[in-house]
Structures are given as C-alpha cells and as structure tokens.
Design a protein around this ligand. Structure first.
Ligand SMILES: NC(=O)C1=CN([C@@H]2O[C@H](COP(=O)(O)OP(=O)(O)OC[C@H]3O[C@@H](n4cnc5c(N)ncnc54)[C@H](O)[C@@H]3O)[C@@H](O)[C@H]2O)C=CC1
Ligand SMILES: O=C(O)C(=O)COP(=O)(O)O
Length: 410
C-alpha cells in the first residue's frame, strides 16, 4: 500500500474509452485537468491493461470489462466513471477493496431508451420491419394482415425503474394499458398496475418490454418457459442487457410463429467497435428489429452523461466527495478551504476510527472536521487538518492497520 499525495491537476491522468462524449473532456479541461487520453472504442486484454496502467481515473461505457484481474494491474487508479447506467461490466467489489469508487449516470439516457422502445412498439405492432424489408427488395405488399394499433393493447414492463416507469407513462398517452413486474414494491404511475408474478405479466401482455439490470437473477430471465407463457402473437422488446434473454429460446419462439416480432438492442456478445462484425441467429428474421446497443445513444443523452460523470470524478478528485458512488461509502463533503483534507480508505474492521483519533491526539494534531461512512467491506474517513500537520497526519494514517489507500488534498 502506497501513500498518495495530492497531485498537480496536470499530473492526474484520465483515460476515457469507448468514444465518451467530448463534453466530458471539456469539463475536465475546464477544471484544469490537462491529461485526458481518449480512445474511440472498447479495449480488451493486454491493450486495456496497457492503456490504464498509469491512469488515475478511467472512464468507460457498457463494453469495457474492468475485472478484478484488470483492476489489479492499474495500481494508480483512484476512481472509475461508467459513462452510462449499467455498472455490471465492473467488478464493483474488487474496485472497492482496491479503494476505488465507481460512479455512473443513473438518469441521463433514460428518456432516450424510453423513446426508442415506444417507437419500436408501434413499428412492430404494424409489422413495419417486414414491410420495410420487402420494399427494399423491390416488392410491394399492401395489406392490413398482422398489422395492429397499439391503442387498447396491454404493455407489460419487467423492471419498473427509471426507464420502465417513463415507458409506462408514455405508453398510456397512446392508449395502452400498462402492467409491470418488479422485485421491489414500486409506486405505480398513471393507471399502471403491478402483477404479483412475472408469469402473470407474461400471460397478460401484448407487448413485453424488459428493463432490469444484469444480475444473477436476471440471467436468462426470459427463456423457453417464459416465452411459452407469452400470449400467441405477442411481441418482446429487450433494451436492457443481452444476458436477460435466452437467444436460442427466442429464435425457437420466432421460428414457430408464437411471437409476432421482437426488438433487440442488446446481445450476450457484442462487437467491441464499429469496425467489427455482428453475428447472431436473429439476423434471419425480418420481424425482428435489431439495433446495435443504441438505446442510450442520442446526442442529448451522451452530452449530458459526459458532463454528469465528469463532474462526479472531478468532485471526488478535488474534494473527496463520493456521493452517488455505486460501490463505496457515500460521503457528500463541504469545501475544505484553508485546511488540508486527508482521505483514508480502509478495510472495515473494528476500531479504525478509534486508532486514528488516538494517533492524532498522541502527536497533537487538531482535527478541524471529520466524516466517516462505511459499507460492509470498506470504511472511508475524511479528515480536515491544518496544512502544517498534513504530512505527519498522512504518515500516521498510513501506519494504521487495515489501510487500503490514503490521499492528501490541498
Ligand atoms: N440499451 C441501452 O442502451 C441501455 C440499457 N440500459 C439498461 O437498462 C437497465 C435498467 O435501467 P434503469 O431503468 O435506469 O434502472 P433502474 O435501476 O432504475 O430500474 C431497474 C428496475 O429493475 C428492478 N429489478 C431488478 N432485478 C429484478 C428482477 N430480477 N425482476 C424484476 N425486477 C427487477 C429493480 O427493482 C428496478 O426497479 C440498466 O440496468 C441497463 O442495464 C440502460 C440504459 C441504456
Ligand atoms: O447506460 C447503459 O447502461 C447502457 O447500456 C448504454 O451503454 P453505452 O453507453 O451505449 O455503451
């Protein structure tokens, strides 16, 4: 474990992957952070390890896998920004144990996903994907067969969170009835109604739209049995995570004609960049709308995410605030004008705070302010002291058993 002194902003290195929006770079430069390296796509294996080996902050989107092994090879890492909603691509526990908070943008792209899904519901119910394909081949089939209004139909939303609720509200404006299933008790907006089980929702909905995070419980949540429970002629939409739907089971349900159609934005295996090839058994179905994980990819969402996550990283770097970190004790801190601030991250074992205070009192350091927050694994203490005492205080903190990382802010 190494003592980390506060660095000049010029020496703090940010590595941004996956084409993170220029608004993030602008925000970092505007705050005085000069070293920002941007990559246009996701990196893997040795390329990823090399790119982040000396980074203090790393910014990623949904594709970059920050595993425990990769993180262990980034010894200078201070913070991670997921410039998206999902954080399943990061080993959150390993990051916390390494003293690294992870931030994301929980709201900035939700409207974009909701709008895409709403458009897909209308397109699929009208059979537009097949009709579009026929005309592109020079054909002409003018028919009302298998073409329906959405008005009066039932939308079933699985995962009634930020995205699911917005879709429900918008769908009601189109005259749809909304059912939802969530593992948590949720406030029903508009006339939406909860179902007591996933099975009940699947059996009642004309369109099922998935908006759950990637967790062990949502892995292949929609498989053979669940698809069989859906109404004949129903439609499935997945803009959540590729692991939520068993693709082979979906293929079988489409081949048999049990489903009217589907819209799939996320896949179990996704290409790493725009020059890679997309492979999926779903490419053979004209009644399936396929999109390249662009649910949140609008100019508005990306610009807003860039600003939001950059601001969280800047705040953590400048004053130690971890408010809204997804894996870390959350501390929202005031400015530390006129004082030096020490950030002490430790394993959450009994007695650390007592040992800190005992050591400080033994060497006569006056604590101007102190903040503590813990999770089951990690403790985070922030202490403001006079500048004259800062180096002794840092040495004392580093000597404490259980210290993961200690940083000094001027
Ligand atoms: N396609 C794309 O570009 C995008 C995809 N996403 C994905 O959408 C997901 C949902 O986003 P938000 O609505 O913002 O998240 P959220 O956290 O606000 O909502 C998720 C909801 O799912 C519920 N849930 C969790 N596990 C469940 C289970 N096993 N069964 C039923 N409900 C369960 C939660 O209680 C919560 O209400 C994200 O986790 C992300 O993976 C998010 C943004 C863009
Ligand atoms: O916000 C999310 O969770 C998304 O899935 C969007 O991911 P992206 O930033 O487009 O790689």
């Amino acid at each position: 474990m190494t003592a980390r002194l506060s660095l000049d902003k010029d020496k703090v290195k940010f590595v941004l992957l996956e084409g993170i929006h220029a608004s993030a770079v602008e925000a970092l430069h505007h705050d005085g952070y000069g070293q920002v390296v941007s990559h246009g796509k996701a990196l893997t294996d040795a390329d990823l390890v090399e790119a982040i080996a000396d980074a203090h902050f790393v910014g990623i989107r949904s594709r970059t896998q920050l595993t425990a092994e990769v993180l262990a090879q980034a010894p200078k890492l201070v913070g991670i920004g997921c410039f998206c909603i999902g954080t399943n691509q990061v080993d959150l526990l390993a990051a916390a144990r390494q003293g690294v908070p992870v931030f994301n943008a929980p709201f900035s792209n939700t409207r974009s996903v909701a709008e895409l899904v709403l458009g897909e519901i209308i397109m699929l119910m009208r059979g537009i994907p097949e009709k579009n394909a026929i005309l592109h081949r020079g054909g002409w089939v003018k028919s009302a067969a298998n073409s329906y209004e959405v008005r009066g139909k039932t939308l079933g939303i699985v995962g009634y969170g930020h995205i699911g609720t917005q879709i429900g509200v918008l769908a009601e404006q189109l005259g749809m009835s909304v059912l939802f299933y969530d593992i948590e008790t949720k406030l029903a907006l508009g006339n939406a109604r909860p179902t007591i089980s996933l099975e009940e929702l699947l059996a009642s909905a004309d369109v099922v739209s998935l908006h759950v995070p990637e967790t062990p419980a949502t892995q292949n949540m929609i498989g053979v049995d669940q698809l069989a429970r859906m109404k004949p002629g129903a439609t499935l939409i997945n803009a959540s995570r590729g692991t939520v739907v068993d693709i082979d089971a979906l293929v079988a349900a489409l081949e048999s004609g049990h489903l009217h159609g589907a819209a799939i934005d996320v896949f179990p295996e996704e290409p790493k960049g725009n020059d890679a090839t997309f492979v999926s058994p779903l490419i053979h179905f004209e009644n399936v709308l396929l999109t390249p994980h662009i649910g949140g990819s609008t100019s508005e969402a990306q610009a807003s995410i860039g600003r939001e996550v950059a601001a969280k990283l800047i705040r953590y770097s400048n004053n130690g605030s971890t408010a809204s970190a997804v894996n870390f004790p959350e501390v929202s801190l005031p400015e530390h004008t006129g004082k030096c601030r020490l950030l002490h991250i430790h394993r959450n074992v009994p007695g650390v705070l007592a040992r800190i205070n005992e050591r400080f009192s033994r060497v006569g350091i006056n604590i101007a302010a102190q903040f503590l927050q813990t999770t089951a694994e990690v403790g985070y203490v922030v202490i403001d002291v006079d500048a004259t005492a800062s180096q002794i205080a840092l040495d004392e903190l580093n000597a404490i058993d259980g210290t993961i990382r200690c940083r000094l802010l001027y």
